[in-house]
Design a protein around this ligand. Structure first.
Ligand SMILES: N[C@@H](CCC(=O)N[C@@H](CS)C(=O)NCC(=O)O)C(=O)O
Length: 203
């Protein structure tokens, strides 16, 4: 086993943003696919009491939460923060907050359906769909904030969100600027490498 072990799944968007960072940092790591993230078995998640992935196993410790993991990796392996993980402008922080929130809204919709709770028509889940639509409008109006020719943390975050929404058929409507952004990002070999299973069928 490598010194760094990432617990996650091939489809998990929160895991993918960390994988993209690790791949771009050139880190040697093993990925352990934990299977169904809807399981209520804490031992699957490196004993993370929140029972979510990703979890990074490093130096004998388990580290929880994608953003914590990214910050830890930068502190240890990339002091110059080449991929702008630590960007702290209001615009950068809002961008990440919105993308994280959209990813969480997706998790609600996907896992409710997976665990037998049909989301259609339930106001709580309808709000999650509204969040995806409003978030998409918000992101589309800021498409020029992304630099697809030189991907960094915000582009890793965006493609993780977008590809997952695509695979899960959750993209509300047409977003030409964001689709073009995603296409350019997918053209980078290091990004294409971690594409979620099933994406080919949509592209
Ligand atoms: N804030 C967490 C969110 C992680 C998360 O929600 N992961 C999803 C998979 S993409 C999960 O494991 N969900 C299981 C559940 O909600 O029961 C992070 O950034 O790591």
């Amino acid at each position: 086993m490598a010194e760094l072990v990432l617990l996650g799944t091939e489809r998990s968007h929160f895991t993918r943003k960390v994988r993209l960072l690790m791949d771009h940092l050139g880190l040697d790591y093993d990925m352990v696919d934990i299977g169904n993230v809807a399981e209520a078995d804490q031992s699957l998640f490196g004993e993370n009491p929140l029972m979510v992935v990703p979890v990074l196993r490093a130096a004998g410790r388990d580290l929880y939460d994608s953003d914590n993991i990214a910050r830890w990796l930068v502190g240890r392996y990339d002091p110059d923060d080449r991929f702008c993980v630590l960007a702290s402008t209001v615009d950068a922080m809002n961008l990440h907050a919105v993308m994280n929130g959209m990813m969480s809204a997706e998790v609600k919709l996907v896992l409710s359906a997976r665990t037998g709770l049909e989301p259609a028509g339930v106001p709580y889940f309808e709000k999650a769909r509204e969040v995806l639509a409003a978030g998409m409008t918000w992101l589309a109006s800021r498409a020029d904030a992304f630099t697809p020719a030189k991907p960094g943390w915000k582009e890793f975050h965006f493609i993780s969100l977008w590809d997952h929404m695509t695979v899960c058929d959750l993209v509300p409507g047409n977003w030409p600027d964001l689709e073009a952004l995603a296409e350019t990002l997918r053209g980078h070999e290091l990004i294409a490498r971690s594409a979620p299973p099933g994406l080919e069928a949509h592209c």
